[in-house]
Design a protein around this ligand. Structure first.
Ligand code: FES
Ligand code: FES
Length: 81
């Protein structure tokens, strides 16, 4: 199992719109964080779809080590960097 790159040590706050789909970068290589830009190609990673249930601000994981899929769960605090 390959480890993702750590794109950032903190989450990305994004204003999402109800009903829209977002594709979170799980590999950490995208230049358009926190979303996939196709840079995962050739790796074992693929983007994770997030559908916004409401129009709000969402905190997407930037460290790519969250146990809660695309969303930050605080795991970035445990990373030794
Ligand atoms: Fe990271 Fe696509 S660029 S999952
Ligand atoms: Fe990854 Fe918080 S930024 S868990």
């Amino acid at each position: 199992m390959h480890k993702p790159d750590i794109a950032a040590k903190s989450p990305f706050a994004v204003a999402v719109e109800a009903g829209k789909d977002y594709f979170w970068c799980s590999c950490g290589k995208s230049k358009g964080q926190p979303f996939c830009d196709g840079s995962h190609k050739g790796s074992s990673f693929s983007p994770v779809k997030f559908t916004a249930s409401e129009t709000t601000t969402v905190y997407f994981c930037g460290c790519k080590h969250s146990k809660n899929g695309p969303l930050c769960d605080g795991s970035h605090k445990l990373l030794s960097l």
